[in-house]
Design a binder for this molecule. Structure first.
Ligand SMILES: [Zn+2]
Length: 300
């Protein structure tokens, strides 16, 4: 994968809430499993396993307001592509510019942009307080993606997914949840969960696999995406990148994570799908390049 040095980074799609010292106030860990996190269970120091949807934590304390001054400056510099945050901002730009065109074509709905919030350690969100330990997630209540960029180090060191393409895959998965929120898939699925609590996890798996499939569909089209001036964002995406995407999907499958945390594999506890399923649906999206192929709810 190569990013284009001439592409401008649109940092207005990022809310930089890192640093600042204030931190989040709350230390709650309401793991937004079915609410849009990339991992159902993450192997951190705590190896927390949390089920269900968003925990509702009281919003304690004020969060640091976004301050994009530093990121604007560094993403304007000549060495911007060496910066993790600028590369991630470009991934966000590419994913959103693709959906901007694709959502109306495929689903007849207008796309509306969602910012990605970069945070350190803990953050207050429209879905409650969250801690980095939960991994990246999408909050449907405020329509924002949240990520502590140190997650990629966890992914590499603890989960064995060290390829660079893990990063756009993770972000494209979260934006898949944004699309599910925009077109009503997520709300429909929540109503089904309420009607059929016994199927709640199985429904969550379908939602998650669809987000993986959307990530694959974006990956197929990513080299066609461009910045505001029309400069392509990517100059290449190779088979190796797709392999890294598939490796990441495998690394964060529910069965693999359960084994890694020393648990027995328990299919009833799956919320995101097995490694094989996650790979399969990323591949389905990639092979077709068409989000309409991502009908995980229509298949058993
Ligand atoms: Zn997810």
């Amino acid at each position: 994968m190569e990013l284009n040095e001439r592409a401008d980074v649109d940092t207005s799609q990022i809310e930089d809430r890192r640093g600042g010292g204030g931190g989040g106030g709350g230390m709650g860990i309401p793991l937004p499993t079915s609410g849009g996190g990339i991992v159902g269970l993450i192997v951190t120091l705590l190896a927390v396993l949390v089920g269900g949807g968003f925990g509702v934590n009281a919003m304690t304390g004020g969060d640091e307001p976004a301050d994009n001054g530093a990121i604007e400056q560094s993403c304007d510099a000549a060495d911007k592509l060496k910066q993790l945050d600028c590369r991630n901002a470009l991934y966000v730009n590419s994913i959103q510019s693709w959906w901007e065109k694709r959502l109306p074509q495929s689903f007849g709905e207008q796309y509306s942009e969602a910012p990605t919030v970069f945070f350190d350690q803990a953050v207050q969100t429209g879905c409650g307080a969250a801690d980095s330990g939960v991994g990246p997630f999408y909050c449907p209540a405020d329509h924002k993606v949240y990520i502590d960029l140190t997650f990629y180090q966890v992914l590499a060191d603890q989960l064995g997914a060290s390829g660079e393409f893990a990063q756009p895959y993770v972000l494209a998965h979260e934006y898949g949840h944004h699309v599910q929120s925009l077109i009503g898939t997520e709300a429909t699925m929540r109503r089904q969960q309420e009607r059929d609590p016994g199927d709640a996890n199985a429904l969550s798996v379908k939602l998650e696999l669809q987000a993986d499939c959307y990530a694959g569909a974006w990956a197929k089209n990513a080299t066609q995406t461009a910045d505001a001036d029309g400069d392509p964002i990517f100059t290449s995406i190779t088979d190796q990148d797709i392999k890294e995407g598939l490796d990441t999907a495998a690394a964060i499958g529910d069965d693999t994570l359960q084994k890694k945390s020393g648990q027995d594999v328990n299919p009833d506890g799956f919320t995101h799908g097995t490694s094989a399923q996650r790979q399969q649906w990323f591949r389905t999206g990639y092979d077709s390049g068409d989000p309409k192929s991502c009908d995980t709810f229509g298949t058993s």
